[in-house]
Design a protein around this ligand. Structure first.
Ligand SMILES: [Zn+2]
Length: 149
């Protein structure tokens, strides 16, 4: 019987790793795009949008002509640096909640990086050099490659 070896990460973990990576890339791309253009979608009295490096939701008390001015409603004007901090702004007739995209990106990228790093090395209980299963090993030396345990 061939020796038991550390097997490559499970299918679920592989899916989680790649999903995390794809989502991170999507968020980074959305952040970059949002610095150039503002996109919004209105479901009166709500307005949802992305722009200035953030996602925003506005609740308007009235839905007049100004409602069409997505950027004006979601963000404060046409020329602004990227949004860095989350905020809730109560203005005359509408309330805007803004969350910069780095906030979801931070835990997402840390978690994804952790998943990727974790799979680079065999888990404890396996030879860190060759991946041989060291369960029950008493010699203190890997029988496969001679590495000290
Ligand atoms: Zn070994």
């Amino acid at each position: 019987m061939p020796p038991m070896r550390y097997h490559h990460p499970s299918r679920t973990r592989r899916i989680a790793k790649w999903t995390g990576l794809v989502v991170c890339v999507v968020v980074v791309v959305a952040w970059a795009v949002s610095l150039v253009i503002t996109l919004g979608y209105g479901v009166p009295p709500w307005l949802f949008g992305i722009g200035e490096g953030a996602v925003a939701a506005t609740h308007a008390d009235s839905t007049g002509d100004e409602y069409a001015d997505i950027r004006g409603f979601l963000f404060d004007g046409w020329v602004r640096p990227p949004v860095l901090l989350p905020s809730v702004n109560r203005r005359l007739c509408y309330t805007t909640m803004t969350v910069p995209l780095w906030i979801p990106l931070l835990p997402l990228s840390v978690g994804t990086a952790w998943l990727w790093c974790r799979d680079r090395k065999p888990p404890p209980g396996y030879c860190q050099r060759c991946g041989y299963d060291l369960t029950g090993n008493t010699s203190g030396v890997c029988p496969e490659c001679g590495e000290g345990v």
